[in-house]
Design a protein around this ligand. Structure first.
Ligand code: UD1
Ligand code: MG
Length: 465
């Protein structure tokens, strides 16, 4: 359990107005997903963990899209930055919505790997040292693209220089700014009103509050992150993939520590919204996506794809099965090569075998559909055996119709059930039947079969020389 925090005299300001030009997308950058969850959602979740007094989120480019995605949490205020004139200008737009707090924590919307513990450490250090401005810094493997932290002879920070404005020597500085700041509320906006835009990008840079605060004799501190990768910002799709890979490692690690066995972890994809029970084994090549939930002691894979799937305990999903928006009861066996489509609801101990497709159908306890079948818009009772090649003919070209099968029914192989149709409990349907009328309970029902002939003097054709 994450520890409970409560920073009641802190306001968080999230910068998310940028277009994200380098993403080359019609979608605002912060809505791009990392393992199935939008970047902004990670960040909002992280800052919510601090339980701050409130949140101001600055949007601009496609702000309606961002707002529609996030909705309207109670303590969140939207701030519009019409023109993206820089990070300093973005924070300045929050002047009217931030009040009655000691400090303002400024974060960027494009750093989904950030942990709340790291932010808490920044705020705590800022307060312990009684600083006016505290910059969260890091020493990543590559400093390319980041603002460099310039220090004086005593080692105190003197400015943050953006890469585009840096000279050769400054570019060689390994310590960079994460873009995350904790600033005393009572000085923040005075400082922001003083910054100019005479720099390589013609923007109002937030980092310029550092030299301005120092000029006023105010104390500026830095806190260096332990894990530099947490501040990785996504500016293009290469970085999106890098951040996603790191997030994947983190999610897999958490599930492993929580009691899940993951074979060949580098080959699986487990999205952020997935839940997995203890003693479950995820085999190589599986994709567990969306809001998929897997119970305890299940076995999935190899190479199964689960999208918004719900599996109860002790379920086996064999190789190459695809399950989308379907529920599977405990002890069920699925696949190999099975496909469960939206609305498939399988009870306990159901078996769905190879090349069987089930859509919007209820299959009750213990029933088996083992080979090559299509079951759609159906209800199948308990303990039925649906033979190979059975098809529920549910679609007349315009409308879908239901097939309802009772308990303990035996459907012979290659049966076509022309819906709407009902089959009474205990019925047996002969192989190859075409069922168009209600099948009575019990007994044997079968279609007339073509006569079988034998041609004794028939010769097999021979290949021409
Ligand atoms: C910024 C920092 C840099 C830091 C890096 C860390 C500045 C000038 N640079 O650079 O020092 O090392 O982050 O990742 O602060 N945004 C707005 N309005 C604007 C401009 C930007 O809301 O007018 C938002 C963006 O949507 C983004 C964030 O601010 O979420 C940072 O902007 P970005 O363009 O990614 O800045 P970087 O070049 O990464
Ligand atoms: Mg950035």
């Amino acid at each position: 359990m994450a520890q409970q925090m409560h920073y009641s005299d802190l306001q968080v300001c999230v910068l998310a107005a940028g277009k994200g030009k380098r993403m080359r997308s019609s979608k605002p950058k912060v809505l791009h997903p990392v393992l199935g969850r939008a970047m902004i959602d990670y960040l909002l979740h992280t800052v919510e963990m601090l339980r701050p007094k409130g949140l101001a989120v600055v949007t601009g480019h496609a702000s309606e899209m961002v707002q529609a995605h996030v909705g309207q949490p109670q303590n969140l205020e939207w701030v519009i930055q019409d023109k993206q004139l820089g990070t300093g200008h973005a924070v300045k737009q929050c002047e009217n919505v931030i009040r009655d707090v000691r400090d303002v924590l400024i974060v960027c919307g494009d750093t989904p790997l950030l942990r709340h513990e790291t932010l808490a450490e920044l705020v705590d250090e800022h307060r312990k040292r009684d600083a006016i401005v505290t910059v969260l810094t890091a020493e990543p493997k590559s400093s390319t693209g980041y603002g460099r932290v310039v220090r004086d002879k005593e080692g105190k920070v003197s400015s943050i220089i953006e890469e585009k404005d840096a000279d050769e020597a400054q570019r060689n500085i390994r310590e960079v700014s994460s873009g995350i700041y904790c600033v005393r509320h009572d000085v923040l906006f005075d400082l922001l009103h003083k910054i100019g835009n005479r720099n390589a990008q013609g923007e109002y840079y937030l980092p310029d509050i550092v030299p301005l605060a120092l000029q006023d004799g105010k104390s500026v501190e830095t806190v260096q992150m332990k894990d530099a990768y947490e501040m990785l910002g996504v500016n293009n799709r290469v970085q999106l993939a890098e951040v996603e890979a790191l997030m994947q490692e983190r999610i897999i690690y958490d599930w492993q520590m929580a009691g899940v066995t993951i074979e060949k972890p580098e080959s699986v994809r487990i999205e952020a919204g997935v839940n997995i029970g203890v003693d479950t084994v995820i085999q190589a090549g599986c994709y567990l996506l969306g809001s998929t939930r897997i119970g305890d002691a299940c076995r999935v894979g190899p190479n199964a794809v689960l999208v918004d799937a719900w599996l109860d305990d002790c379920v086996n999903v064999f190789a190459f099965s695809h399950i989308h928006s379907a529920n599977v009861g405990s002890e069920a066996k699925i696949g190999p090569f099975a496909r469960l489509r939206p609305g498939a609801e399988l009870d306990e101990e159901v078996h769905i075998g190879n090349f069987v497709e089930v859509k919007k159908s209820i299959v009750n306890r213990g029933s088996k559909i083992s080979h090559l079948s299509y079951i759609g818009d159906s209800e199948i009772g308990s303990d039925c055996n649906v033979g190979a090649g059975t098809i529920t003919c549910n679609y007349d070209g315009a409308n879908k119709h239901k097939t309802v099968i009772g308990d303990d029914v035996f459907v012979g192989s290659d049966t076509k059930l022309i819906a709407p149709v009902e089959v009474g409990s205990g019925a047996t349907i002969g192989a190859g039947s075409i069922v168009t009328k209600r099948v009575k309970e019990g007994g044997l029902t079968l279609s007339a079969r073509p006569e079988q002939r034998h041609v004794a003097d028939w010769q097999r054709p021979k290949k021409k020389e």
